[in-house]
Ligand binder design. Structure first.
Ligand code: ZN
Length: 291
């Protein structure tokens, strides 16, 4: 673990590092509420917010960087395209399975409760599903760790590298998540908010912008927490497994936070020959199929 010093920052940079997370979270949720009440296309809204957050955080990384990094732009863009396609595939698989199951499972009817209750339920289902699958994948030496290990290979973490994920990892997690959300009979608006929250927090958690969440670190998976999850130290990387919230990490005792401290080394140790170089995309995609 190493300590991050912020005393050298100018007052404006300190204000930016403290205020950027609440600004992004509140403006995204505000935009989502306007989109729902105005009947906007929710897929377009989600993608627009996603792009705005990527651009905002990438600019913030230039102004208030946490570490000196060099971006592997080509790898990140290719993985961004692959993971977006994989998320579409997962939705098609989930919808097909849900329709097939709905013939047999009659007790999953459309919920008839207030939208805010459906939103809370959608967020809880999302958090518990991703926490459980993520924890399962971190059990080393199995196929699922191999498909997840690609996401832990990069030795630097920043906003754009969040998409460095094996497509099978995306399909495995998001097909199961979408099946649960659809079978629960949740309104599309509630599912939209739950997916929006993990979209926001995935970008925030990986960013190299020196965001200061303060007490919000006990609620949200910000960079202070998620960077520990990318540590080479296995005692740190098996912690902070939640998607957006710390709720299930706290309940299941995998919450890991030392204020003002930061993971010493990011990535997976080079000692293990099984891991390919982080910037060879083809090698990374083939990792799960190697012995
Ligand atoms: Zn992980």
């Amino acid at each position: 673990m190493k300590t991050i010093h912020t005393q050298h920052l100018s007052i404006w940079k300190k204000i930016l590092s403290v205020s950027l997370f609440p600004i992004i979270l509140l403006s995204s949720i505000g935009t989502a509420i306007i989109a729902i009440s105005s009947d906007f296309d929710l897929n377009i809204t989600l993608f627009t917010i996603y792009l705005c957050i990527l651009i905002t955080l990438s600019i913030a990384e230039l102004i208030i960087p946490r570490n000196n990094i060099s971006i592997i732009f080509k790898r990140d863009i290719i993985f961004t395209v692959i993971s977006n396609l994989a998320s579409k595939v997962s939705l098609i698989i989930a919808t097909t399975i849900t329709i097939a199951l709905s013939d047999y499972i009659s007790f999953f009817e459309k919920l008839d409760i207030a939208l805010w209750k459906e939103i809370i339920l959608a967020i809880l289902i999302t958090e518990l599903t991703i926490y459980s699958l993520h924890r399962f994948m971190h059990r080393k030496n199995n196929f699922f760790w191999k498909i997840h290990s690609i996401h832990h290979l990069p030795k630097q973490i920043y906003t754009l590298m969040q998409s460095v994920i094996h497509p099978l990892n995306m399909i495995f997690v998001f097909a199961i998540l979408n099946i649960f959300l659809q079978l629960a009979g949740l309104a599309i608006e509630a599912i939209f908010i739950a997916i929006l929250l993990i979209t926001i927090m995935s970008a925030i958690g990986h960013t190299n912008a020196n965001l200061k969440l303060g007490f919000l670190n006990y609620m949200f998976q910000g960079p202070d927490l998620h960077h520990f999850h990318h540590s080479q130290n296995i005692n740190e990387s098996n912690k902070n497994l939640g998607a957006s919230l710390t709720l299930f990490d706290i309940i299941f005792k995998t919450f890991y936070y030392y204020p003002h401290n930061y993971a010493d080394k990011i990535g997976i140790t080079n000692g293990d020959k099984e891991y390919a170089q982080e910037n060879t995309i083809k090698e990374q995609l083939l990792i799960p199929f190697k012995k």
